[in-house]
Write a protein that binds this ligand. Structure first.
Ligand code: ADP
Ligand code: MG
Length: 698
């Protein structure tokens, strides 16, 4: 009697299910076909064999051939995750880690965070059952702090190694050491393991804590030789890709404004050329938003039938729920225009691109070894990057690449990009290496050695921040604590100090707000309106307290809504409206809220309880001054400022609340270099505190 309703129910479910799963079956089938048609698919057996035979291999392959998405799955299927071990794949960029993990989870037909997951700073989508883990290279470095031999991993794939980010370079050095240590342990362990009664044929691998570590270095461009040499002549394997011819077009003359030239080129292609999506390389979020706006403005002037352009954006700080938009198929009759940073050069392959627009510039970290300061500047790309960019147009058929500069300029470009480690501040690297137990930084086995003077600068900075002792060891507890925060050393120090000054609550907000892209947002035509909306937040003490006020106002508003409704969805919507009304960047604010709660977890782990200075803003200014004394600057007769630590001349950025007030002495937390050097996020320094660090003349 009890069976029959159950049965009925089951059949009902099945019927319902089969309708839905018909569609998902189609998709599954389609995905499977796509996977099988990737260039790497025919090399599966060979690749798995090579990984079995060699402890380290270099894999070089054309972008889009399937390295990042497929190889981890091949290795998983070949049994590299036995005994619960994990295959880790590092990416230089957050977006790549997220989008690829999502794609691979779908290919494996599992929920993200289960078998396939990702972890980036401030966001962890993995679980105990994760076996294929995508992550940023920086994150793996942090994991090494807790687990120096990376015992959870059977394989580590360093992807996009050609990017040579500073984290990749440090990671390569570290992995070499870890691999050596694991091999040594493994050999020591083996006799012992062999003496144990063999319970099953997996016995010798069951003592896996110290199993050897497989290392795979993957790269898009053909610089395998350098990597191979660095890894003692490791074998390099090439994966053949597909590449169709791409026509390269140059401008006759240099373009004075590449943003404008990009917009013009988009329309020129759209109106005169065949169907096919356009990929334009821009330098950052703000530029991408600007081009997006200009395209839409111009679209309005076109006749109805020509307005069939769809723009999508992709850049590193894009919230993860929006990143997958670039992969949505273009509606028929529409032309997709992808506005991307150099993330689309190699990290993320977007199907359908036939036209590439390359203004020839990129935003990069630049370190001035004389002043010891780092900033982001827009500079020319390298020849290798230009080639890589144009290649994006020829993935599925012949394409065109519009270089928005004359051919003569191309020949002046440097051959390949200088590794980041040679052009960034090393304070973070040095702190991490010290925390990992590498005391001799100059002697560390870097693939490309950073300059001695840059290392010395960072050692000095860390010493001044109190992270190092007189004999250059990590100090206890300050240095050790600083290394634990996933932040720039100077921010970590600020958090640690603010506990003493009893304003940790405020400093935590400041650090969270400074960790995201610009909080304030104003469309060009509404600048004055925006300015007056911001007035109610602005603090005469400076931008830092202004950020605190914005953050608190947002929280207060959110709690008010929460009291009225419990639906997260409507709370979200109301908060976005509040942001729009106040000209606050909703995405940045949300990100800051996230970062805030993540750092709070670290603080709790370190038993650092939040305390507020309340209305005592002087206390906060004292703390700010003590934390950022290295970034203090004094007013000059002409209204510019002179950085006390290095004599550099800077201006207060017009977006600062102190732009007009121009106090005698300021503390800043951001340096921007355009045609001028600006400081942004500026507060009044507290002189008595500052004089503790700078005596009268030095
Ligand atoms: P490689 O690492 O060799 O550059 P990938 O493994 O990243 O190649 O990409 C292989 C293929 O999978 C590409 O054709 C790309 O377009 C496709 N692909 C990757 N991610 C996604 C996604 N999220 N949605 C749809 N297609 C994707
Ligand atoms: Mg890849």
């Amino acid at each position: 009697i009890s069976i029959s309703p159950l049965k009925e129910q089951k059949i009902g479910n099945l019927n319902q299910g089969s309708k839905a799963s018909n569609k998902s079956l189609d998709r599954k089938h389609w995905i499977l076909q796509q996977r099988r048609s990737l260039p790497i698919a025919s090399a599966e057996r060979k690749l798995v064999d090579e990984v079995r035979k060699n402890d380290t291999i270099i894999i070089v392959g054309e972008t889009g051939s399937g390295k990042t998405t497929q190889l981890p799955q091949y290795l998983f299927n070949a049994g590299f995750c036995r005994d619960g071990k994990v295959i880790g794949i590092t990416q230089p960029r957050r977006v790549a880690a997220i989008t690829v993990a999502k794609r691979v989870a779908e290919e494996c037909d599992v929920q993200l965070g289960q078998k396939v997951g990702y972890a980036i700073r401030f966001e962890d989508a993995t679980s105990g059952s994760t076996r294929i883990k995508y992550m940023t290279d920086g994150l793996l470095l942090r994991e090494a702090l807790l687990d120096p031999i990376l015992s959870r991993y059977s394989v580590i794939i360093v992807d996009e190694a050609h990017e040579r980010t500073v984290h990749t370079d440090v990671l390569l050095g570290l992995l070499k050491k870890v691999q050596g240590a694991r091999l040594k342990q493994h050999k020591l362990d083996k006799p012992y393991a062999n003496n144990v009664v063999k319970l099953d044929n997996e016995c010798h691998s069951s003592n896996t804590k110290f199993s050897p570590l497989k290392l795979i270095i993957m790269s898009a461009s053909l610089d395998a030789k350098g990597f191979s040499e660095y890894f003692g002549g490791a074998k390099a394997v090439y994966v053949q890709g597909r590449q169709y011819p791409v026509d390269i077009l140059y401008t006759y003359n240099p373009e004075p404004d590449y943003v404008d030239a990009t917009v013009i080129t988009i329309f020129q292609i759209h109106l005169d050329d065949n169907p096919g999506d356009i990929l334009a390389f821009l330098t950052g979020q703000e530029e991408i938003e600007l081009v997006d706006m200009l395209v839409h403005e111009r679209l309005k002037q076109l006749p109805e039938h020509s307005r069939n352009i769809l723009t999508v954006r992709i850049y590193s700080s894009l919230p993860s729920e929006q990143q997958m938009n670039v992969f949505r198929p273009t509606p028929s009759n529409f032309r997709k225009v992808i506005l991307a940073t150099n993330i689309a050069e190699t990290s993320v392959t977007i199907p359908g691109v036939k036209y590439v627009i390359d203004p020839g510039v990129v935003k990069s970290r630049y370190y001035n070894p004389v002043t010891g300061m780092e900033s982001l500047i827009i500079m020319p790309i390298s020849k290798a990057q230009a080639l890589q960019r144009s290649g994006r147009a020829g993935r599925e058929g012949p394409g065109k690449c519009f270089r928005l500069y004359p051919e003569s300029e191309f020949w002046k470009l440097i051959d390949s990009t200088v590794p980041e480690i040679k052009r960034c501040s090393l304070s973070n690297v040095v702190l991490q290496l010290k925390a990992l137990g590498f005391d001799d930084i100059i002697g560390f086995d870097f693939m490309d050695k950073p300059s001695r003077s840059a290392i010395k600068q960072s050692l000095q900075e860390l010493y001044l921040l109190g992270a190092l002792t007189d004999d250059c060891k990590l100090s206890d507890p300050v240095g050790i604590q600083m290394a634990r925060f996933p932040l720039d050393p100077i921010y970590s120090k600020a958090l640690i100090l603010s506990r003493e000054f009893r304003c940790l609550e405020e400093m935590l907000i400041v650090v969270a707000m400074l960790s995201v892209e610009s909080i304030f947002y104003s469309p060009r035509e509404k600048f004055e309106e925006a300015r007056s909306a911001w007035k109610k937040f602005s603090s005469p003490d400076g931008d830092h307290l202004t950020l605190v006020t914005v953050f608190r106002a947002a929280i207060e508003y959110r709690e008010k809504i929460r009291a009225a409704t419990n639906k997260e969805n409507s709370i979200d919507k109301s908060l976005s409206r509040w942001c729009r009304d106040n000209f606050i960047n909703n995405r940045s604010l949300k990100h800051a809220l996230d970062v805030h709660s993540q750092i709070k977890v670290y603080l709790e782990q370190m038993d650092m309880s939040l305390s507020s200075c309340g209305d005592d803003v002087l206390q906060f200014r004292r703390c700010l001054t003590a934390s950022f004394f290295l970034n203090a600057a004094e007013k000059q007769p002409d209204g510019s400022y002179r950085v006390k630590a290095n004599g550099q001349n800077v201006q207060i950025h017009p977006s600062s609340v102190l732009f007009r007030a121009k106090p005698e002495c300021i503390i800043f937390t951001e340096l921007i270099q355009t045609n001028q050097i600006y400081v942004r996020s500026v507060s009044q320094a507290w002189m008595p505190e500052l004089s503790k660090y700078y005596d009268a003349e030095s």
